[in-house]
Design a protein around this ligand. Structure first.
Ligand code: BG6
Length: 487
């Protein structure tokens, strides 16, 4: 958001305040509404959850034998993190996990998506495991189950052991993929007696491009396209090796799948031609990761477009990459491409996005609720999956604490209500979305933004570590209690 815009908005708010209309006091706790009207709810058994990730919440980076991750190093490079903060302390979740699980329970969530910090379990990435690291996840999982909350585990949410970056160049080398497979096997062996659902890598699309392409995420490199395509290929290989490791070492019946920030394509206008174009676009725009995972092939258009920069691989790798998964996890926040049909190229044309397109507090977070209707619908068709989970959706907000101590995040409620209404539209048409994880349980360390962006249902005061439910926590509790979007 430009400075100009934010100042103008500030003036407006200040104006309302002077008129006595801002800062409402004594707002009420919302009691669960009556059951939804017929046809307005989600399917029975729909999984409602929230999500976090290790580096963003745990803190305790030097405790109990945890090794360093690429983020520990990256956050110390001056200028990389907007407010100069680090995840050293973050939410102190490593010590406060019981308190945080009580917050999840308070929402009525039956599922919680968290990630394992690889360098806690293997301080060097490979070699000798650190039993104290695993113990933390044992305690976490036990506490979740004690509270009736299903643990959904992510193996990798970007905190790569620094040692693997130093020795092999991180994801530039297939050595890291193989070691990731071993780590996945170890985690599966020790936790899948209680953890029934495992996500492999979180958002290859982001950590490859931001971390190795434009250098704004760890490890902060700016490599050419050919290398990026190879690294993306390696990440798909790592995903496949992890799927195989979970099958071989996990308890029978453990389910596994990716959690990807799918390049979200939707028809600009709902006509049969545009819908078909959006379907083609969704496959092609995700040709470097999701499509190859789900089909075992790079599309002709993808290879043609990549030309000499196309990844190098052998067929056996494609087999590993496309090891069958049990579900598709999709992180859906914002529309990426509005598409119309075209008689040129692959048959679709992504439209330019106007500067004036509305967005939330984060300027990348465009408001396009219909995305969460179209993307799962088209994804289910393209990749013939019968189980999709929205592994992340949510928004940042300014989340000002008012004089009465409350946070009236009606912007987040607006966003969630509209996205959930569209998700409900999808499930009511039979699109196989089985669950939804709201990002995030609580404000946390937001990568490049540091503590400047707040995505939580619970506000966190990072000085005192006090957690305060925002109004959206009541909204989400109501959604869960009624199993309906609250439209
Ligand atoms: C998702 C990530 O892409 O977006 C989360 O999986 C992240 O880890 C969230 O917190 C918000 O992203 P950002 O860039 O605004 O911090």
């Amino acid at each position: 958001m430009s400075d100009k815009v934010s100042r103008r908005q500030f003036a407006k708010i200040a104006g309302l305040s002077a008129a006595g209309m801002a800062n409402p006091v004594g707002a009420v706790e919302v009691n669960p509404a009556p059951p939804p009207r017929a046809g307005t709810g989600f399917p029975a058994g729909f999984v409602w959850g929230t999500a976090t990730s290790s580096y963003q919440v745990e803190g305790a980076v030097n405790e109990d034998g945890r090794g360093a991750s690429i983020w520990d190093k990256f956050v110390r490079i001056p200028g990389k993190i907007e407010d100069g903060t680090t995840g050293d302390r973050a939410n102190e979740h490593y010590h406060r996990y019981k308190e945080d699980i009580a917050l999840i329970k308070e929402l009525g969530c039956k599922a919680y998506r968290f990630s394992v910090a690889w360098p806690r379990v293997f301080p060097d990435g490979d070699g000798k495991p650190n039993p104290k690291g695993l113990d933390f996840y044992n305690r976490l999982v036990d506490e979740l189950l004690k509270n009736g909350i299903e643990p959904w585990l992510t193996l990798y949410h970007w905190d790569l052991p620094q040692s693997l970056q130093d020795r092999f160049g991180g994801w530039r080398s297939t050595e890291t993929c193989k070691i990731f497979g071993d780590y996945a096997a170890y985690v599966a062996e020790h936790l899948t007696d209680r953890v029934k659902n495992v996500f492999t890598l979180n958002e290859s699309g982001r950590f490859v491009y931001f971390g190795y392409g434009i250098g704004i995420d760890a490890p902060g490199l700016t490599l050419p396209q050919a290398e990026l395509n190879q690294i993306r290929h390696n990440s798909a290989l790592a995903h496949g090796l992890a799927v195989q490791a979970v099958r071989a070492h996990g308890r029978h019946g453990t389910r596994v799948g990716p959690a990807e920030n799918i390049d979200a394509c939707a028809p600009a206008i709902d006509t049969p031609e545009n819908v078909r174009a959006a379907e083609i676009a969704l496959r092609e725009m995700n040709g470097g990761y999701l499509n190859v995972i789900m089909t075992g092939q790079y599309t002709d258009a993808f290879l043609k477009f990549a030309g000499p920069n196309a990844p190098k691989y052998i067929d056996a790798e494609l087999k590993i990459i496309s090891s069958p998964v049990d579900f598709l996890g999709l992180n859906i926040y914002a529309p990426q491409n509005y598409v119309v049909a075209s008689d040129q190229g692959a048959g679709f044309m992504p439209l330019p996005i106007p500067k004036s397109f509305p967005h939330m507090n984060s300027d990348w977070l465009r408001v396009g609720p219909e995305t969460i209707y179209w993307v799962p619908k088209l994804a289910a068709k393209i990749w013939k999956t019968d189980a999709i989970y929205i592994s992340e959706n949510g928004t940042s907000g300014d989340d000002v604490v008012r004089p009465d101590g409350k946070i009236y995040d009606t912007d987040r409620i607006m966003y969630l209500r509209n996205y959930l209404a569209q998700l409900q539209r999808a499930t009511s048409e039979g699109v196989p979305v089985r669950g939804y994880f709201l990002w995030s349980l609580m404000d946390n360390f937001e990568w490049v933004y540091g503590l400047n962006k707040r995505f939580g249902l619970y506000h966190v005061n990072f000085d005192t570590q006090v957690r305060t439910p925002k109004l959206s926590a009541s909204f989400y509790r109501n959604v869960i209690a009624t199993n309906a979007a609250g439209v």
